[in-house]
Write a protein that binds this ligand. Structure first.
Ligand code: FES
Length: 282
């Protein structure tokens, strides 16, 4: 017997459509789960969330050295001014291997959380470093690079930058999709909201330095905790992780820096780009 409901539909046809709906929903859920699993497997290294045990849960203290293991002194790092039209790419890994950071020294500007040293004209220079991993989708140096005040990359000109609106000390600019970071702002360096649309747009994590004023040596001692985690180490897809979890995440899923017995510290080698040598060093 065919039963009819209030709308005149037969019960059999209602059950059939309900069955089809449930079947469709199950398939969709299964597909989403399967897609999630395969995406997770694609993006996440197997070593993820395995802390580098030699660091003992803390950021390592790593002295900055040149490729011959000679410590680098703060006063010899080349500096950029607002009229500079080029600056060498100076890169070192921290807090893990294969995690590049861009080393920058700017004349007569006070960058928060940077090393500040007196310069020859009586002003203050700031020495700082930012993660060389773009927080949009993870492009690295040299695609992400510092372009000083008198050097506007062609890609930035295409989106409307010119001499009148390029910031005085330039920008760290990512040629992948146009994300911009202002190097004079310290921890809060995301500029112009990205502009690449992404829920994961953040400022570049800033390296914290210790400057030994006796030797003039520079030590990396941590990453600024107000920043989100380094892009390749996100706990969550949108990367909103702060506080103690940042430390744990930043020290996970990679290799420790080399330890140098003669220096009594971890060390990280500063290298420069092949097309603009740091004269006197490399
Ligand atoms: S990865 Fe840098 S802008 Fe997209």
């Amino acid at each position: 017997m065919i039963m009819r409901n209030n709308s005149g539909q037969s019960k059999d046809s209602v059950d059939e459509s309900r069955r089809s709906f449930l079947k469709g929903a199950m398939i969709s859920l299964f597909s989403v789960a399967l897609g999630g699993i395969s995406l997770e497997r694609f993006f996440v290294p197997t070593t993820r969330n395995v802390p580098v045990t030699s660091y003992d849960g803390k950021y390592p203290t790593a002295i900055l050295v040149d490729p011959d293991d000679n410590p680098i002194t703060a006063s010899e790092i080349p500096y950029a001014t607002p009229s500079s039209s080029s600056y060498p790419i100076l890169v070192f890994n921290y807090p893990l291997q294969d995690e590049p950071n861009i080393l920058i020294r700017l004349r007569n500007v006070n960058i928060p959380k940077a090393i500040h040293i007196k310069n020859s004209s009586g002003g203050i220079d700031s020495i700082t470093a930012y993660s060389g991993i773009c927080q949009h989708l993870g492009c690295t140096v040299p695609l992400l690079d510092y372009h000083p005040g008198n050097s506007i990359p062609f890609e930035a000109q295409l989106i409307g930058y010119n001499k009148s609106n390029w910031p005085t000390y330039g920008l760290i600019y990512c040629k992948c999709h146009g994300s911009q970071y202002n190097p004079i702002e310290g921890p809060h360096n995301l500029y112009n909201s990205g502009p690449a649309p992404s829920p994961a747009n953040h400022s570049l994590p800033q390296v914290l330095f210790y400057h030994d004023t006796t030797t003039d040596y520079i030590y990396a001692i941590g990453m600024n905790p107000v920043n989100a985690v380094i892009r390749t180490h996100l706990w969550q897809p949108n990367g909103e992780v702060y506080g103690p979890e940042v430390v744990q995440e930043n020290l996970s899923g990679g290799s420790a820096l080399p330890y140098d017995d003669s220096l009594g510290n971890y060390k990280t080698v500063v290298v420069s780009s092949s097309n603009f040598k740091w004269s006197g060093r490399f």
